[in-house]
Write a new protein. Sequence first.
Length: 156
Amino acid sequence: MKRALVVLAGVGAVLAVPETAAAQVQVDRGIAGARLQNTSAQVHAALGRPARTHRGTNDFGRFTEETYAGGIVVTYQGGATVSAVSTSGLGDRTAGGVGVRSTEAQVRRGVASLHCETVAGARSCHTGSFRPGQRITDFLISGGRVTRVTVGFVID
């Protein structure tokens, strides 16, 4: 079964960058001041200038990906607004304290309405459903712990 993708095509190669001050993961809304549907000007006002910018194309068309300190990656897929934001840094957590290095049990206790599953060898706990246009928050789990949190729109 082909699993729908959340604008992760360009996000897969997240750089390990130094952590910054703690910021909130807002489930289905955004991370660290980068909110879904923000413009790049709004993101830059909240996060400053990116450490790295990458432009390219993938199966869904053109994208721009900006990398910030703290493991934050903001993706603009095919447009001028944020389609996904992810973090691999330790400083970004939900109001319940869930983030990178949390266990699956902590994710299940700390985030409402989750679906956890293994697809193609990858373990994921996510909100919502993988239907085009839906907002989701995905907790990627490896070795029993969260390695990346992504908030984004389902594209396909």
